[in-house]
Write a protein that binds this ligand. Structure first.
Ligand SMILES: Nc1nc2c(ncn2[C@@H]2O[C@H](COP(=O)(O)OP(=O)(O)OP(=O)(O)O)[C@@H](O)[C@H]2O)c(=O)[nH]1
Ligand SMILES: [Mg+2]
Length: 302
């Protein structure tokens, strides 16, 4: 099996071509670091969905360091940009695992990879010897419960479900009772992807949070937002909305393997004080990794 680093590396190929590949070209063709160079660099950053604010920050810091240290060497220019990006990616707290017993509520819009991510988390925790239960809280979409059921079987964990159309909060309630009576370490709750109506979203999330908080006094509660790396700047607007309506304890960025827009992680880190916990690097249940800012930056600029 490929190492974590190799797997991440192959996942980042598209992003790398789209991003550092272009930076490489720019640096190789220009030997002089003037306004034109920085304009072009800015364009590359913006096109990679890094966003105006983060791009400006990267440009002004690169400019300042190149001038201060009188840098002319191409490799050093590239290294300077890498270190600035690494610094942004490292902001906030280092990775911290959850404290068990825990309830994890997984939220995000349609199709970002919530259910698959739940399977990946369940598989990871199970391998660590934890007792995991899943709650089929997406009672809205046809076949959502069946999809989670198949994953539960594959991973080998218990699932608590109800009929389609049932109140998601009632499923969460039942699952909490089961988690308590079975002395589960971790309960992971699936939710329906929804963004059609912000009031609706707020109501449902607060209802679920209320039940979780009432019923799980001795559990640590985590709200994870799943974002899809292929959706580029849309991921930012999604993070905005969810961040407004609920407390978020972590972000999981999925589909890095299929995306040329992995650079989106930079504005996500720069704009929010929410740790990026994991990245999704494929459709299988082993395709999840702890987000490591050093590895990420090194691979991007290798
Ligand atoms: N390549 C790749 N595909 C992924 C990844 N994560 C999820 N997918 C795929 O994305 C699609 C949607 O995944 P789901 O887990 O069903 O997404 P969801 O957010 O639960 O979707 P809804 O329940 O419809 O809101 C599936 O085809 C997954 O296999 C990933 O990290 N990499
Ligand atoms: Mg789902």
């Amino acid at each position: 099996m490929a190492s974590f680093f190799e797997k991440l590396k192959s996942s980042l190929v598209k992003t790398k071509n789209n991003f550092s590949g272009k930076i490489d070209q720019l640096i190789n063709y220009s030997g002089i670091y003037n306004d034109d160079f920085f304009d072009e660099l800015e364009e590359i950053l913006i096109l990679a969905d890094i966003g105006y604010e983060s791009s400006s920050e990267i440009i002004s810091k690169t400019r300042a360091i190149i001038a201060r240290d009188n840098i002319t060497d191409k490799k050093e220019v590239k290294n300077t940009i890498k270190e600035i990006i690494k610094e942004i990616l490292k902001r906030g707290e280092d990775f911290k695992d959850i404290e068990t017993p825990a309830v994890i509520l997984v939220v995000g819009v349609n199709g970002v990879g919530k259910t698959t991510t739940i399977a990946k988390l369940a598989n990871m925790y199970k391998k660590e010897g934890k007792n995991v239960i899943l709650a089929a809280g997406d009672t809205f979409r046809a076949a959502a419960v069946e999809q989670l059921e198949i994953w539960a079987q594959r991973v080998g964990v218990e699932i608590i479900k109800n009929d389609r159309g049932a109140d998601p909060s009632s499923v969460i309630y039942d699952a909490l009772q089961a988690a308590k009576s079975r002395k589960a370490d971790i309960l992971i709750c699936d939710t329906a992807g929804r963004l059609h109506n912000k009031d609706n979203l707020m109501n449902e999330l607060s209802k679920m949070n209320k039940i979780i908080n009432n019923e799980s006094v001795h559990f640590s509660v985590y709200n994870y937002l799943v974002l899809d790396a292929t959706s580029g700047t849309n991921a930012i607007s999604q993070a905005n909305v969810f961040n407004e309506v609920t407390r978020l304890d972590g972000i999981i960025l999925t589909k890095l393997d299929g995306s040329a827009k992995g650079g989106i992680i930079i504005p996500i880190k720069a704009l929010y004080d929410i740790p990026v916990k994991y990245v999704g690097v494929g459709e299988g249940m082993d395709d999840i990794q702890i987000f490591d800012p050093d590895d990420f930056a090194e691979i991007l600029f290798e």
